[in-house]
Ligand binder design. Sequence first.
Ligand code: PLP
Length: 394
Amino acid sequence: MGKIIYLDNAATTRTAPEVVEAMLPYFTENYGNPSSIYGFASANKEVITGYREKIANVLGAKCEEIYFTAGGSESDNWALIATAEAYASKGKHIITSKIEHHAILHTCEYLEKKGYDVTYLDVDEYGIVNLEQLKASIREDTILISIMFANNEIGTIQPVAEIGEIAHEHGILFHTDAVQAFGQVPISVDELHIDMLSASGHKLNGPKGIGFLYIRKGVKIRSFIHGGAQERKRRAGTENVPGIVGIGTAAERAARTMEERTGKEKELRDHMISRIEAEIPYCRLNGDRLRRLPNNVNFSFRFVEGESLLIMLDMKGICASSGSACTSGSLDPSHVLLAIGLPHEIAHGSLRMTLGEDTTKEDIDVVVDALKEIVQNLRNMSPLYEDFIKKQNV
Ligand SMILES: *Cc1c(COP(=O)(O)O)cnc(C)c1O
């Protein structure tokens, strides 16, 4: 396989060499179980604490408020299910949004089967939740509001501080799935009134299979994985020491490089958006133009199928994703694109391109040139497009 241009960093990222290097000794030399008594192994306890502290610092949190998990999905499941159980005597109502990741939505469906009531907030055409609807949805028995920080498909960033404020005014816990936002936008859990926050290593140039859940001190949340006494008895299982070193290094690195990296990404993102809008007719930018992740580009192209676009791009070594990536195998368009009001046929012609720290202007130009040609070729084969053009010319 020749050179590839990787524009699917919302799906996963390359583990940075610096991160791999930091992890390696914890496979080969310092492999001891941190719970063992002898110094060779128990030294890893301090190693874990050190990396826990690095992550806490990035969020303005306390070291003991960071709990390592096996990734974003586990953190989301834990936050929702354990809160639901721990606060069931107070109420059984949860508020979330229609555009959450499936780790949240499917967990909510599970809780509905267990007798909980879930309100799914609408979003506007840009993907922003309606704060008035949020306030109106709050009930006596509401125990949790869970709204994602930034959307993984269209990149829209939510008014997190306002949501947190509303939650706290009503004495309700606020959880946010920050898997896409952590490392991309500055986050302070105190300023944003966040009680719980999910993040994942592999979305920020760290390793896969490691994540964390931030749980504010005082939140009574139960353990999710039962067994040993690891993670303050709240998440059993021998610690993934290399993974913890990896996500800690990645988090510190992401915070250190954030300003420069996201500045460059925003420039490339906006260059890509303006070129596509100027050079490819009948397209629509999905998501908010400004309240947007620095690396997210998502377009719908009329008269083409997202799947066909992906296949043609793949033939040119370009990796991207369509709106339906998470529901692959199903013909339903993405729930996010439907929630922002796209008709099915437009949602089907969607393409997500997410830049990474290695993306160059040259990559972007190569991709836009390819896209222009592919969209035109696909449209030339489309009877709908032919009809449309005929009507235009009458
Ligand atoms: C990727 C992702 C997840 C899942 O994280 P994993 O570590 O892959 O389990 C959850 N939420 C969002 C918004 C994501 O983008």
